[in-house]
Design a protein around this ligand. Structure first.
Ligand code: CDT
Length: 308
């Protein structure tokens, strides 16, 4: 019998500093309802979906930083989202800033149709910097506000398939996808906040979009997996985010993509068996991988060129 999952990527338009958690949760609930009405069983929300992309702001006062973090999930303000998902019988993926005791993570969870959390992932490849850069047009302080995730890249049997997660910058790293590919992943869900501008060097926005899609498509094809990516879009208090939420088939082809910079739902009926041909042939890992030649990937972090 076909294993079919109709899935949605719920893109979010800008969330401004002045927007309350409650107003954002109302937007998430509206998108959840829309997904349910279009027959979806699972919805993917973006990275840090409950607030503005706060790593763009330099803060010294830890109380101000912690105000962007969730101390419990669900908490008072997020509970209505879980209740509505349970009422509708729809699962979801949510990215948020997690405060676990004194530890800070950029986290994502998988929530089942009964509103229970069955998967948690903490972002591993943290981009940006930890120091204040007053000369930059904006900051990217993920290395200041978050610890590197400590949960690896697990996958879960759910929705009749095998699901995995990563967050934003993680999607640019082939290692992310391959570790999940080696566990037979069939759908990688992810959220992202990609600024329209690069703080390190000038780069046209079309290239930012190209690299975003290139990463999703390569990860999907090279591991024979669906990839469902939901981004934030538009200008948050004047700071642009690229949008371009997309659903990518295991063939590497984009089957759905957002066209606005607002809250927008894209959906697709994913056949979870589509990746089988790729997994059994061109990327049959068991048959073709040559791990005796891959040692450098786990023994060395940076580049070591040959001696001159
Ligand atoms: N949120 C996040 O991880 N953003 C990064 C910006 C990196 S700039 C190349 C991203 O990968 O989109």
């Amino acid at each position: 019998m076909a294993r079919q999952l109709r899935v949605a990527a719920a893109q979010l338009g800008p969330i401004h500093l002045a927007d309350s958690r409650g107003s954002v949760v109302e937007r998430l609930i509206a998108l959840l309802g829309k997904a349910h009405r279009s027959g979806c069983g699972f919805v993917v929300f973006p990275e840090l979906a409950l607030t503005t992309f706060f790593p763009r702001y330099y803060m010294e006062n830890q109380e101000h930083v912690d105000a962007y973090f969730e101390k419990e999930m669900p908490g008072r303000e997020t509970a209505p989202l879980f209740e509505e998902a349970k009422r509708l019988g729809i699962g979801f993926h949510l990215g948020y800033a997690e405060l676990d005791g004194a530890r800070h993570f950029n986290t994502a969870i998988l929530v089942d149709t009964d509103g229970s959390i069955f998967g948690k992932y903490r972002k591993i490849h943290l981009p940006g910097h930890a120091d204040h850069r007053p000369d930059a047009p904006f900051q990217h302080l993920e290395k200041r506000y978050f610890e590197v995730g400590d949960l690896g890249f697990p996958v879960w049997r759910a929705f009749d398939g095998i699901l995995g997660m990563c967050i934003c910058n993680d999607r640019r790293w082939p290692e992310t996808f391959r570790v999940m590919g080696l566990q037979g992943v069939e759908m990688v869900v992810l959220g992202y906040n990609t600024p329209t501008d690069n703080i390190y060097h000038s780069e046209p926005v079309h290239r930012r979009m190209f690299h975003h899609l290139l990463s999703l498509q390569a990860g999907a094809y090279q591991n024979g997996t669906w990839v469902v990516a939901a981004g934030k879009a538009g200008k948050e208090d004047g700071y642009g985010l690229i949008g371009g939420s997309a659903i990518v088939a295991p063939t590497g082809e984009i089957v759905a993509q957002s066209i606005t910079e607002e809250d927008e739902l894209i959906a697709y009926d994913c056949d979870l068996d589509v990746g089988r041909d790729i997994k059994e042939n061109v990327f049959n890992f068991d048959k073709h991988r040559r791990i005796e030649h891959y040692g450098l990937i786990t023994s060395q972090t940076g580049v070591v060129p040959p001696p001159k």
